[in-house]
Ligand binder design. Structure first.
Ligand code: HEC
Length: 144
């Protein structure tokens, strides 16, 4: 093997591994930032100042009972819409994953250890959404 070829060989193996390493770290940081971004862009309009009694960012007293509902239930209820909370925060183009990141960010700021959902958690949230929608339908669209 010529030295040149072996150097190329090494590069072809090491560089992709390095890139994979770097990008997985970046991806994790990105999802956390995305939750904050969603909050700033969509949720802050109401949750920043407590408009119409929206639980305010960082208000532990308001968030404590909500956090006790658990991440799948609370995320699903807010996503489907509850009382003054419009479905999807009023943004029809928002994905459930992005929305859930926004919820996780607000819960974190109130002291909970919630993370943006991984695929398993996202499935549990989706199951709660289906349950909630079925219940709403059975009651003619009225949330409790
Ligand atoms: C137009 C105003 C408005 C926007 C925008 C909004 N919310 Fe809300 N949200 C509310 C109000 C009002 C409530 C309180 C509902 C109640 O209890 O009457 C609420 C409640 C909630 C709750 C608690 C739900 C429960 O079960 O009591 C969560 C979680 C939530 N919002 C998440 C979000 C997220 C995430 C976003 C952004 C993607 C968002 N909201 C955007 C007004 C808003």
């Amino acid at each position: 093997m010529r030295p040149n070829a072996s150097a190329r060989h090494l590069t072809s193996r090491v560089v992709p591994a390095l890139i994979a390493c770097l990008t997985s770290g970046i991806a994790a940081a990105d999802t956390a930032r995305q939750g904050e971004q969603v909050y700033e862009e969509v949720c802050a309009a109401c949750h920043g100042r407590g408009v119409a009694r929206a639980p305010q960012l960082g208000d532990r007293r308001q968030w404590a009972p909500l956090i006790r509902e658990g991440q799948p239930t609370l995320t699903a209820h807010a996503w489907v819409g509850i009382r003054g909370m419009p479905p999807r925060g009023g943004r029809a183009d928002l994905s459930l994953e992005a929305f859930a990141g926004g919820v996780a960010y607000m819960a974190q700021r109130a002291g909970a250890n919630w993370q943006p959902p991984d695929p398993a958690l996202l499935k549990r949230i989706e199951a709660e959404v289906r349950k909630r929608e079925a219940r709403l339908k059975a009651r003619g669209g009225k949330a409790d």
